[in-house]
Design a protein around this ligand. Structure first.
Ligand code: AMP
Length: 422
């Protein structure tokens, strides 16, 4: 029996990892520009961090990896980034030092889903959270950030879909209106949605089974149930987006069925060849109850997250290369065993001088070493043979022009540095 990777997981092979690194570079650069700082939380948490009383999303109920460790502690592999960040924010009392904490995270999440293209059981997300204060400028900053990030990747047709659920009172009024709307049609809904009427009717709007039902399509929208405070808050968010010239669209039916959202909810999409409705690249919203639920003070936050596999698939579909595969500046070919120690010294010096380099360790023929060198995509070949070495020289070959020059052994790094501009 061969041992394969776990179902729903994938390997990033050495010739693909540069894409991940390039994506992570842009994420880090953009978020640093907006003054967000990275937080790294563990991949496992005590189960109650995710399995909270009010967090009854299908994802958390049906898809988490829950297990007991050898000390009989009930643990869960994180299925998303926010809850762990908030747990840490509360545990480390970050609210005592700053009125507003701006955090980002990058890392793997785990969900027991049916694997398909772009959907895995271990997948990467990056996300941001601005925790501690509630004001509309912060909501718009986060949306601007998300928009800016997707644009920086080079994707076209970037658009924000935005909606509001309003404050607690508006949201409650809306939930009641929904309940009222669905109650007489309970038997037209799927089994799960029949229960959702009592627990959280908002979820019905996101139901994959019922989404095309007439009664779902005709459901009331949150905008019709906003009180004055909530309307003013939303207007302020939109004003800021207008001021910066972000292209957005109000999506009255967007609710992102999570229990903890209030005020702003949004999704960000782009035009991606062949993606159709799968073009949502990330989403998020404001939350009020989460910090308190995880044992902290009554402070709100806003966050969003993007799936990184989907971003990479989008870039591939749009033929966007963030950074080309790493190429070596220099690659040493050793034509005589006796020169191996000299080669090691040259290699150490090349690397010390900041030149990305390697050597051939194979003892094979010149022809075979050359073949390998060209596969490595090296810019310059340093050829070490006895005849030249006796004269204190090495051959350096430019693999593009195929021009070869003899260079004094003491000047190798200097020569290549000048050529590659390092
Ligand atoms: P969610 O946390 O469910 O709101 O998802 C946010 C983003 O994470 C989605 O838009 C997807 O791009 C990505 N995502 C969610 N689940 C998976 C998965 N199982 N595999 C890959 N990406 C995922």
């Amino acid at each position: 029996m061969s041992i394969n990777r776990v179902k729903g997981t994938y390997d990033v092979l050495p010739n693909e990892s540069y894409k991940w690194q390039a994506l992570e570079d842009i994420i880090r650069q953009t978020l640093t520009l907006y003054n967000y700082k990275e937080m790294r939380t563990p991949m496992m948490e005590y189960s109650e961090v995710f399995h909270r009383q009010t967090e009854l999303s299908d994802m958390v109920m049906k898809e988490t990896y829950d297990f007991f460790d050898r000390g009989d502690r009930k643990l869960t592999l994180r299925p998303e980034g926010t809850a762990g960040v908030i747990r840490s924010y509360v545990e480390n009392k970050l609210y005592t030092s700053q009125e507003l904490e701006k955090i980002f995270y990058i890392g793997p999440n785990f969900r027991y889903e049916r694997p398909q293209k772009g959907r895995y059981r271990q997948f990467y997300q990056f996300g941001v959270e601005a925790i501690g204060s509630v004001n509309p400028e912060l909501d718009s900053e986060l949306i601007i950030l998300a928009y800016d990030f997707i644009r920086r990747l080079g994707l076209k047709g970037v658009k924000v879909k935005i909606n509001t659920l309003g404050d607690d009172a508006s949201r409650k009024a809306y939930q009641e209106a929904l309940e009222h709307h669905f109650r007489p049609h309970v038997h037209e809904l799927c089994k799960d949605c029949q229960e959702r009427i009592d627990r959280n009717p908002l979820r019905i709007l996101d139901c994959k089974i019922d989404q095309n039902q007439k009664v779902v399509k005709e459901a009331p929208v949150p905008l019709d149930h906003l009180n004055e405070t909530s309307k003013a808050y939303f207007d302020e968010v939109l004003k800021n987006l207008n001021a910066v010239g972000i292209s957005y669209e109000i999506a009255p039916k967007l609710v992102r069925g999570l229990d903890y959202y209030s005020h702003t909810v949004f999704e960000i999409e782009a035009d991606i060849e062949g993606f159709g409705a799968q073009n949502v690249l990330g989403g998020g919203g404001r939350y009020q109850s989460l910090v308190k639920e995880l044992g902290g003070p009554d402070l709100g936050g806003i966050g969003f997250a993007c799936g990184m596999e989907r971003l990479l698939l989008a870039l591939e579909a749009e033929h966007i290369e963030l950074k080309s595969e790493e190429v070596l500046d220099a690659y040493i070919l050793v034509l005589d065993d006796a020169l191996k120690i000299t080669a090691s010294k040259i290699l150490y010096d090349l690397r010390h001088q900041g030149l990305q380099s390697d050597m051939n360790y194979s003892n094979k023929s010149f022809k075979s070493q050359l073949k390998h060198a060209l596969k490595m995509n090296a810019k310059y070949l340093v050829i070490l043979g006895q005849d030249e070495f006796k004269k204190g020289l090495v051959g350096i070959k430019d693999t593009k022009t195929e021009i070869q020059e003899n260079v004094p052994i003491t000047k190798i790094s200097e020569y290549i540095r000048e050529k590659v501009g390092k």
